[in-house]
Every structure is written in C-alpha cells, then in structure tokens.
Ligand binder design. Structure first.
Ligand code: NAP
Ligand code: GLV
Length: 308
C-alpha cells in the first residue's frame, strides 16, 4: 500500500513544503491537510489545530517542524503515537551565532559605543576582564550544548544547567533545582535555551533573576513564557540587570504598543534566532520516516511525560 504523508502548518503556504516532501519521498503520497483529508501514516506539522490530530487516528509518527514541541503539547495527543522534534537540522549553528553575537554585544558594550558614535564622542571604555564575564546557559540539549561550545571558542567561562547531570568539555555543569542557586549566582549573562514545560514556565521571575550578579544581562531565545515580563522590566529599571536581548515573547508578534520595543535596555528580534530551514528539515524528517518504515530507532523522540 502506498505510504501517505500529510503536512499541516496553518501559518505558511504549504506548496514548497509539499514539493520538498515529494522530492525526498517519491514513493509516498503527500498531501496538505484540510478538514476531511484521508488519514495518513505520517504527519508533518507545526502548531496544527486539534482537528488535525483528531482526524489522523492511524499515524505511525508525528513530526514537529521545529525543535520546541510546546504548541503540540497543548493539544490532546494520542499517547501511543511517537512525536519527533527537529534535531538541529541547521538550527544549532544559527543559535550559536545569535547568542555569541548577543553575548559579545553586551560584553564589549557595543550599545554604549553606538550611543557615543551618535554624539561623535571618541571615548575608549576600559576593557573588561573576560574571567569576570561568565555565561550561564539554561538547557544543555541540542541547541544549548552547541551554544556553550561556541561561547568557549571566545574563552568566556561557560556554565550550564540541565535537568539531569551532564558533562561537557570546558563547561561547568549544574543540574536540577538544588544547584540552580549556585549556577545563577555567577552567571553574568544568562541564556535561556530550555523547552517550555510545566516545570519551566515562569522560571525566570523576580526571585531567580535577583540571584544573578548585579549588572547581569538576559538573553531569551527559548520561549516568552519562561520570563515574567513585569519582573524583568522592574529589575532592568532598578539597575539590577543591565540589559536583555529577547527573541521570543508571550504574545507573538510582539504587539506594537509593547514596552519592550522601546525600552533602552532591551533589544528585540522577531523569533529568528534559529529558523526552521525547509530543505534541511524535510531531508531529516524524510530520513526518519524511512527509518521508521525499516523499524530502526530515530533521534529526537519526544518524551510526552516530560513534555520535551
Ligand atoms: P532539547 O534538546 O530538548 O534540550 C533541552 C534542555 O533543557 C536539556 O538539557 C534538558 O535537560 C533541559 N531541561 C528541560 N527541562 C528542564 C528542567 N525542568 N530543569 C532543568 N533543565 C531542563 O531542546 P533544544 O533542541 O536544545 O531546544 C531548546 C528550546 O529552544 C526549544 O524547546 C525551543 O523552545 C527553543 N527554540 C527556539 C528557537 C528560536 O528561534 N527562538 C529555535 C529553536 C528552538 P536534560 O539534558 O537533563 O534533558
Ligand atoms: C522554534 O522556535 C522552534 O522551536 O523550532
């Protein structure tokens, strides 16, 4: 019987995705999902509606066209269908360059130099010792571990925090709630690369942000709901935090009237730190569909109990 693959991403034009899937899986029948489309063997989806899940009762696997599965986790999923997230697929290099850029921007005080340049002011600011600029990475998974390694290339002291104990060359690793205080206390820059789960939602509120050293900055490239916005703003305004680079927000697109757009200590980008690359992603998903068909294990299986 011909293998059927159904694609669903309500936010995009499906045709280029269907073309890529058909090219990588010439033996399959590939269709865009619409209400009433025949049940398929494999689903390839980003933020699908509940109706998509309800009308696909015989999926052998559901592929998430992204790394974070928080949108899928909000749906009623059939517990026995494997969910597979993108495993790098070109995102790790993008994330490494975005975070290194943001860390270096804070460390080398580029915002201050831009303000000086606007005034025509030739003022050399004293170089800051790198040893006093440890970077803490929350989440040491596919993306966090790549970011930590990239930061090491610039000789920043790097610390990392994960749920289970990890070991990464050149990175001081911390795990679990018990070690979070120690991890935060010496993170001059905090990078959030956690999945959004019940355990991590609102993690970065006043209490934890206050545990960062005076003058610390925050880089959030994970999900907006990790950060309590009002607590972040209050700590930026009272000087405990010196800056924030935010790529993700509770409401996306970030509403035009939101204070983050105009805050002098906040840089905003529109959820672009690591974009899904169509060609790399579909090649990876097609390879995994063929592995499923052969009964082989695949990387990137989501643990539905943990939520990532
Ligand atoms: P991943 O491979 O699943 O890694 C997640 C890491 O977070 C793991 O190290 C995990 O610990 C840790 N973690 C999870 N829950 C935790 C908890 N309660 N306490 C402590 N550590 C916890 O995920 P990834 O591929 O690196 O992606 C991370 C997130 O980045 C995604 O979920 C997504 O939200 C975000 N993202 C954003 C963009 C963007 O453009 N802004 C693009 C892609 C992804 P263990 O190692 O112990 O499991
Ligand atoms: C993007 O945010 C992703 O999770 O891939």
């Amino acid at each position: 019987m011909t293998m059927r693959v159904v694609f669903c991403d309500p936010s995009c034009e499906p045709e280029p995705w269907l073309e890529a899937l058909r090219r990588h899986l010439p033996q399959a029948r590939v269709e865009a999902w619409a209400d009433g489309v025949e049940p398929a063997d494999y689903g390839v989806a980003w933020a699908p509606p509940q109706a998509f899940i309800d009308q696909q009762p015989r999926l052998k696997a559901l592929f998430n066209v992204g790394a974070g599965v928080d949108k899928l986790m909000r749906l009623r999923l059939s517990g026995h269908v494997p969910v597979v997230r993108l495993d790098d697929a070109g995102m790790a290099a993008q994330m490494a360059e975005y975070v290194c850029h943001a860390v270096i921007r804070h460390y080398r005080e580029f915002a201050a130099y831009e303000a000086q340049a606007a005034q025509g002011a030739w003022v050399r600011r004293p170089a800051r010792p790198r040893a006093q600029f440890p970077v803490g990475v929350l989440g040491l998974g596919v993306l966090g571990s790549r970011v930590a390694q990239a930061l090491r290339q610039f000789d920043f002291p790097v610390r990392g925090w994960s749920r289970s104990a990890r070991s990464l060359e050149g990175v001081q690793c911390f795990a679990g709630d018990a070690q979070m205080g120690d991890f935060l206390a010496h993170s001059r820059v905090l990078v959030c690369l956690l999945p959004l789960t019940d355990d991590t939602r609102d993690l970065l509120g006043r209490e934890r942000l206050l545990q960062l050293p005076q003058g610390a900055c925050l880089i959030n490239v994970a999900r907006g709901e990790h950060v309590v916005d009002d607590d972040l703003l209050a700590l930026l305004d009272d000087g405990h935090l010196s800056g924030a680079t935010l790529d993700v927000f509770r409401t996306e697109p970030l509403p035009p009237e939101h204070v983050f757009w105009r805050h002098p200590k906040i840089s905003v980008t529109p959820h672009v730190s690591a974009q899904t690359l169509r060609e790399e992603s579909i090649a990876q998903i097609a390879g995994k569909i063929l592995a499923f068909e052969r009964g082989e294990p695949v990387a990137g299986m989501v643990d539905l109990q943990r939520g990532y």
